[in-house]
Ligand binder design. Structure first.
Ligand code: TXA
Ligand code: MG
Length: 304
């Protein structure tokens, strides 16, 4: 079943049930090597499934419930299916800050494995309608809770080693984490794809090619605007007229979907994204735009 969190909609399954978890991978066409995040109603139940350091406890106390996922070594008593974590010795745990999600998690009484409720490699859903468009007919139910406040996925922080590592920029800013625990290493490139197999270069991709840092509009391009829009576009989605990063994050995925849907009817063949400042939640926005603009892996059966 799909449900809302404060970040994006997730496709939830009982994380302790192998066949329920397998069904999530099938519905999303998700590669089995890409582990899922486990969701809990509170920090106590979440930290019970992992081996907790003092730093992890501090971070959890400061940011949970909230848009932060912690990767920690799996506890021996942990009953989460190994399929959930793709056979890794670590587990990604998170306590969402969303009333409906938390009461759902309380009632289920077990960890809920929930990736974003989109087909693998595509833009995450921030409304029930997006979920319907992505997975309608493939899943049992969608709990419609309106649109998600944060709009980009949770920050993924790896606390398995002495040096904390950022695996994915997201709803909790790196600045806020560093204020609490000191320097966090930004894991990139090959290291990141080994630590966090979901961090493929091309991800969060709309159907149309996307160009970042656009300071003028090219021929045939729709515009993803931040601040005052560039002139001349026949199709514009404004992330935030007043240049507000939090508003922009909450509108990012809806904007990519809107441009993708309407551009072809106007004969447009690409998306130009205006520059977004690279601080605070702007880092998560730029991370998603970078992935959306990365070369796409060839699909089976497609030609170069
Ligand atoms: O905001 C979110 O995090 C949403 C909502 C539904 O909670 N979920 C989400 O899940 O974005 P998903 O599956 O789309 O992204 C989870 C990311 C993947 O990139 C995956 O590789 C990484 O977390 N991950 C999960 N378990 C991991 C682990 N044990 N070690 C390293 N990375 C892990
Ligand atoms: Mg996802």
């Amino acid at each position: 079943m799909a449900f809302a969190t404060e970040t994006v909609y997730g496709l939830g399954a009982d994380a302790t049930n192998d066949s329920a978890v397998a069904a999530v991978f099938v519905a999303k066409d998700r590669p089995r090597f890409n582990p899922l995040i486990c969701h809990y109603p509170d920090a106590d139940t979440a930290l019970d499934d992992v081996i907790v350091s003092a730093v992890a406890r501090r971070v959890a106390r400061a940011f949970w419930p909230g848009p932060l996922t912690l990767v920690l070594p799996r506890a021996s008593r942990c009953s989460v299916s190994l399929l959930t974590s793709s056979g890794l010795e670590t587990l990604a745990v998170r306590v969402p800050a969303h009333d409906v999600a938390r009461s759902l998690l309380q009632q289920v009484g077990r960890p809920v494995a929930a990736p974003s409720a989109n087909r693998s490699g595509r833009v995450s859903p921030t409304t029930a309608q997006h979920v319907q468009a992505e997975l309608g007919g493939r899943i049992a139910a969608i709990l419609d809770c309106g649109s998600c406040d944060v709009g980009v996925e949770s920050t993924v922080l790896d606390l398995c080693f002495a040096q904390p590592k950022l695996l994915r920029a997201g709803g909790v800013t790196i600045e806020a984490i560093e204020n609490l625990i000191g320097p966090v290493e930004s894991c990139s490139g090959a290291a990141k794809s080994i630590r966090s197999p979901g961090m493929l270069a091309s991800h969060y991709a709309p159907g149309l090619p996307l160009r970042m840092h656009a300071t003028e509009l090219g021929k045939g391009e729709a515009l993803l605007a931040f601040g005052a829009p560039l002139p001349g576009a026949s199709l514009v989605f404004s992330l935030s007229d007043r240049g507000d990063l939090i508003e922009a994050a909450s509108r990012l995925f809806a904007g990519l979907r809107m441009l993708d849907e309407h551009a072809p009817t106007l004969g447009l063949t690409g998306i130009a994204a205006m520059p977004v400042p690279d601080h605070g939640i702007g880092r998560a926005i730029n991370d998603r735009l970078r992935r959306a603009s990365a070369p796409r892996p060839l699909k089976e059966g497609s030609r170069p």
